[in-house]
Ligand binder design. Structure first.
Ligand code: AMP
Length: 192
C-alpha cells in the first residue's frame, strides 16, 4: 500500500491547522490533529478529556503514553486511507519513534516532515488574535501561550532532528498569505 503520510510541524500559531485543510482538499489525505481529538474529548467529558485538560490548561504536554495510544487508535479507525497529515504530533522524540513503529506495522512510513518556520513575536501576535475567535482557554492567557512556546522550544523543536537524520525534513517559510504558504507546501510535496 502506497500512502502519503506527512508530518506538518511548527510552533503553536504557525498555521498547521489552516494549512492542513489545504492539504486535505488537494491530496485527499486524512487530517489527524491530536489537539483537536483532545478538545473533542474535553467537550464530550470523557476520562481522556478530563486528563488532557489538566495539562492543556497549563500549556504542558499530555504524557507520551496517553497521546501515543490515542493517536494509534485514531490511525487504526481508517481503512485503506490515501495517507495522513499529522498535525501537532509527534511533539517529542518518543512520539516520533512510536509513530515510525506503528506505521511500519501498516507497511508504510512518513514521507516528509514539513516544518513551518515563524518567529516568536509573530506567533504571539497570531495567538492573541486567534484567542478572540477560537474560544480556546489556552489561547486566551499570555502566560499559557508563553509556556506553550517554551515547551515547543525545549521538547518539540528537537523532533526536527529526528526527521533530518532520515532526510525527511523540509523547512517552509511560514510568513506570508495563507495561499502563498499553501503554494510552498504543495511545491515541496510535489517535488518529493
Ligand atoms: P494544539 O491544538 O496542537 O495546539 O494542542 C493543544 C494542546 O494539546 C497542547 O498544548 C498540548 O497540551 C496538547 N497536545 C496536543 N498534541 C499533543 C501531543 N502530540 N503531545 C502532547 N500533548 C499534546
Amino acid at each position: 500500500m502506497t500512502m502519503l503520510n506527512i508530518v506538518l510541524f511548527g510552533p503553536p500559531g504557525s498555521g498547521k491547522g489552516t494549512q492542513s485543510e489545504r492539504l486535505v482538499s488537494k491530496y485527499g489525505l486524512i487530517h489527524l490533529s491530536t489537539g483537536d481529538v483532545f478538545r473533542a474529548n474535553i467537550k464530550g467529558e470523557t476520562e481522556l478529556g478530563l486528563l488532557a485538560k489538566s495539562y492543556m490548561d497549563k500549556g504542558q504536554l499530555v504524557p507520551d503514553e496517553v497521546t501515543i495510544n490515542m493517536l494509534r487508535s485514531e490511525v487504526m479507525k481508517h481503512q485503506e486511507p490515501k495517507g495522513f497529515i499529522f498535525d501537532g504530533f509527534p511533539r517529542t522524540n518518543p512520539q516520533a519513534q512510536a509513530l515510525d513503529e506503528f506505521l511500519k506495522e501498516l507497511n508504510t512510513g512518513i514521507k516528509l516532515m514539513l516544518a513551518l518556520e515563524v518567529e516568536e513575536s509573530e506567533l504571539k501576535e497570531r495567538l492573541k488574535k486567534r484567542a478572540e475567535v477560537s474560544g480556546r482557554a489556552d489561547d486566551a492567557n499570555p502566560e499559557v501561550i508563553a509556556n506553550r512556546i517554551r515547551v515547543y522550544n525545549a521538547e518539540t523543536a528537537p523532533v526536527k532532528e529526528y526527521y533530518a537524520a532520515q532526510n525527511k525534513l523540509i523547512s517552509i517559510d511560514g510568513i506570508g498569505s495563507i495561499d502563498e504558504i499553501s503554494q510552498r507546501l504543495f511545491e515541496a510535496i510535489d517535488a518529493h
